[in-house]
Design a protein around this ligand. Structure first.
Ligand code: ADP
Ligand code: MG
Length: 396
């Protein structure tokens, strides 16, 4: 899916113009209401710097959380403006609702450098892709840049509808980088091509899992996802988290792709109502009152060896309940194996919100080739090779 990008625009396209940029500032907020993790904000800096250098005026649209079409003070984007200003080193003004006359006027004044608008999902038409709202958004810019990779799988007014009213409509530098990294996995990955899946949501991930099972040399499965596969093999998983509705699908995938699919041979199990340290048990004999919460040491070394030998590695979903330190060993070890593979020349990509935060927690953000900011968008792009918000942009 080739789309025109910010790189394709000339300084004449940009100078003195209002660049309406859809960003993904759907950031986690701390208990004090401040931004708890600025990764998604930092990821947009290259696009914003490029626009400022070209003398364009960035006007930013984003959603935050799920306010369902009505204002919610705790989901305001106002706290992002000063933080973004510090990161960019220029003034960032918060301009309130995107459909207001005030915002329109401020988009047209020359004094302000960067303008940030209020949460697009405070407006009822956003998630319905309402054409009137899209037209009102479009009045705020002279051209459109989509740099909200994490929202590009959504057919929403600020992502898709807006492009009916505003051209050029191009991909920003973050979206371009995401497509380059994820696209390389879809293209002709250097063998051995190894993928690891974990986490909890097997049903959401079936199309993705299937597309990797069709193309990868080896697919490692850990985390709660493995429990469902082990159950499909006939093992009683005790008190483990198992997606009962997905057991049949797991059984089918095992029949079709069993030769390239690796499941845990041992797990760290604990009483889920009083999880202490946990103990290592065979993945075939999980005691009835215990839950498998991490992959065990024998599995860890087998999985890590496969990762270190990969030419290309993709990982989605933690290997266990990594938020609890007692069950994080498998996830942390896999992150280090990914970094080791990267140092050895492998191309390594992490996709998925929790997987990315596990890699960040291990201090390895710069140790792998690419950590997607995309979550669901990354998984959908990998499975389908396109996204609604990309199709809406100018063709390359
Ligand atoms: P991602 O966001 O990377 O796509 P998911 O959202 O699918 O990953 O899954 C992450 C969640 O799965 C984490 O909260 C993690 O604690 C949980 N998880 C992983 N393995 C287990 C397990 N064995 N038992 C319970 N929860 C698990
Ligand atoms: Mg998640």
């Amino acid at each position: 899916m080739l789309r025109r990008t910010l790189d394709d625009l000339t300084s004449a396209d940009l100078a003195g113009r209002r660049a309406l940029v859809r960003v993904d500032y759907n950031v986690p907020l701390g208990p004090d209401g401040g931004v708890a993790d600025a990764t998604r904000i930092e990821a947009t800096l290259p696009t914003l710097r490029r626009l400022l250098e070209a003398d364009a005026k960035p006007v930013l649209l984003s959603h935050l959380g799920r306010p369902r079409g009505a204002p919610r003070p705790d989901l305001s984007l106002a706290p992002v403006a000063p933080l973004l200003g510090r990161l960019l080193g220029v003034r960032v003004d918060f301009a309130g609702p995107a459909d207001s006359q005030g915002a329109l006027e401020r988009s047209r004044t020359e004094a302000e450098t960067v303008l940030l608008l209020e949460n697009t999902r405070f407006l009822p038409g956003e998630t319905r892709n309402d054409p009137d709202l899209a037209a009102r958004f479009a009045r705020l810019g002279d051209l459109f840049v989509n740099d909200a990779f994490g929202a590009t799988h959504r057919a929403h007014a600020s992502v898709v509808g807006i492009t009916e009213h505003l051209r050029p409509a191009v991909a920003g530098l973050l979206v371009e980088a995401e497509l380059a990294a994820l696209g390389a996995l879809r293209g002709d990955p250097r063998p051995p091509f190894v993928a690891a899946f974990g986490g909890a949501k097997i049903q959401d991930k079936i199309p993705l899992l299937e597309s990797f099972l069709e193309r990868a040399d080896r697919v490692l499965i850990g985390g709660a996802m493995a429990n469902t596969f082990l159950e499909a093999e006939g093992t009683d998983m005790g008190a483990s988290l198992v997606e009962e509705e997905a057991v049949e699908i797991a059984a089918d995938l095992l029949r079709r792709f069993g030769d390239r699919l690796s499941l845990p041979v041992d797990v760290v199990a604990a009483d889920p109502s009083a999880p202490g340290a946990g103990r290592v048990v065979s993945a075939r004999t999980v005691p009835a009152d215990l839950a498998a919460l991490d992959i065990g040491p024998v599995t860890v070394s087998a999985f890590c060896e496969a990762v270190r030998e990969a030419g290309t590695f993709f990982w989605n979903g933690p290997m266990g309940w990594f938020e609890n330190e007692a069950f994080a060993a498998g996830t942390v070890a896999l992150a280090h194996a990914a970094a080791a593979a990267t140092r050895g020349g492998a191309f390594t990509v992490i996709g998925g919100g929790d997987s990315a935060s596990a890699v960040r927690g291990a201090g390895l953000m710069d140790g792998v080739s690419h950590v997607s900011t995309g979550g669901g968008a990354a998984l959908e792009y990998l499975a389908r090779g396109t996204l609604p918000g990309l199709e809406a942009l100018d063709e390359a």
